[in-house]
Design a protein around this ligand. Structure first.
Ligand code: ADP
Length: 195
């Protein structure tokens, strides 16, 4: 298997670049945000629970998110690999993911971190809120709270992965195809022992 984490703050372009990457490298996409939103739409128990956090711009608790990811992976064992989008978002999620993947006989090959400064992100999210209908993109307060969560809980993962020598930082500002090109270059420059 070949597994990628696409990493970055809210609005960095993880979803946009994921859909291009999964096509190029034939990976299965796991966006925890998308899974939560489809559960909210389907009014499942998980959806109701997740909504109470997402509406405040807070992270859903680790044990809920990790169990959901574990279920998702368990049903897709024959995939060529995964692209993790919006997961992990805490060190404890990162450690859990390592354990799950080890059990599956695989590991994270690369973490692609999209770098975009905060003012640009707020502008992008408010624009997205106008068309996506996502309520967490429609208020600047919620957006600021998501950044606080990112800075406090998610950003520490950068050193977690840097220490493992699998972190690649990519400029997330500019033309979508140009950014995609830089991401592909980072992937293609890896040795792919596990592919
Ligand atoms: P964005 O990256 O733009 O914030 P996502 O769709 O990835 O959008 O996530 C939306 C929301 O879903 C997050 O603000 C958070 O509340 C919840 N969420 C998504 N992934 C996770 C996760 N791995 N752990 C906890 N909460 C999550």
């Amino acid at each position: 298997m070949f597994n990628i984490i696409i990493f970055g703050p809210p609005g960095a372009g993880k979803g946009t670049q994921s859909s291009k990457l999964l096509e190029r490298y034939e990976l299965v996409h796991l966006s925890t945000g998308d899974v939560f939103r489809s559960n909210i739409k389907g009014e499942t128990e998980l959806g109701l629970l997740a909504k109470s956090y997402i509406d405040k711009g807070e992270l859903v608790p680790d044990e809920v998110t990790i169990a959901m990811v574990e279920d998702f992976l368990a049903t897709r064992k024959d995939a060529k690999g995964f692209i993790f989008d919006g997961f992990p978002r805490t060190i404890s999620q990162g450690e859990a993911l390592d354990k799950i993947l080890t059990k599956m006989g695989t590991q994270i090959d690369v973490v692609l971190a999209l770098e975009v400064e905060e003012n640009e992100l707020v502008t992008r999210l408010l624009e997205r809120g106008k068309v996506s209908g996502r309520s967490d993109d429609q208020s600047e307060d919620k957006i600021r709270n998501r950044f606080a969560e990112y800075n406090g809980k998610t950003e520490p993962l950068l050193s977690f992965y840097n220490d493992k020598n699998i972190l690649r930082r990519i400029n997330g500002i500019g033309n979508i195809d140009e950014i995609f090109g830089n991401l592909c270059q980072a992937v293609d420059s890896l040795n792919h022992p596990s592919k």
